[in-house]
Design a protein around this ligand. Structure first.
Ligand code: FES
Length: 156
């Protein structure tokens, strides 16, 4: 009888341990993140960090986690668009060259136009767009991390 009780306790314990090991346990919020006042976004890109109020993993919840950054810009139609600051080639942080009015990657010299279209370099696609909503004068951006490389855009 003692062996049966021991087995009854060990099986759930083993499941609990197995659950946390070998699985993807970090989750990021998919809610739009408040980024900046809409009237601060003009026709030249502005870089904003995207900070999650909390990120939860298997053990704890962490507040104010920087997920990434976005470049925001108001297009000729007046609409605000967001581009991921992650280079679609190997993931370096994209910068904006005001003189040339284009995005540039410092790692392997990929360049992109103001709309994020690929101009030159090893990246096989343009910069990745991020969903944007405007609420009560604030720009909210949903963070999406895409796979590096490739011409097709696939969430990581
Ligand atoms: S990481 Fe940007 S061009 Fe290679």
């Amino acid at each position: 009888m003692g062996g049966g009780v021991g087995a009854a306790l060990l099986v759930p314990a083993a499941r609990l341990v197995g659950h946390a090991v070998g699985r993807v346990v970090v989750s990021s919020p998919t809610d739009p993140i408040d980024a900046i006042a809409a009237d601060q976004v003009g026709d030249l890109p502005v870089r904003v960090p995207l900070v999650a109020a909390s990120v939860r993993d298997a053990y704890a919840s962490t507040a104010n986690v920087v997920l990434g950054a976005a470049w925001l810009r108001r297009g000729q139609d007046g609409q605000i668009a967001a581009l991921s600051s992650v280079c679609p080639h190997k993931g370096c942080a994209i910068g904006f060259a005001e003189g040339a009015k284009r995005y540039e990657c410092p790692c392997h010299s990929a360049t992109f136009d103001l709309d994020g279209n690929r101009l030159s370099g090893p990246a096989e696609r343009g910069l990745d767009p991020l969903p944007v909503v405007i609420e009560r004068g604030r720009v909210k951006v949903t963070w999406v991390r895409y796979q590096n490389g490739g011409a097709d855009r696939k969430p990581a």
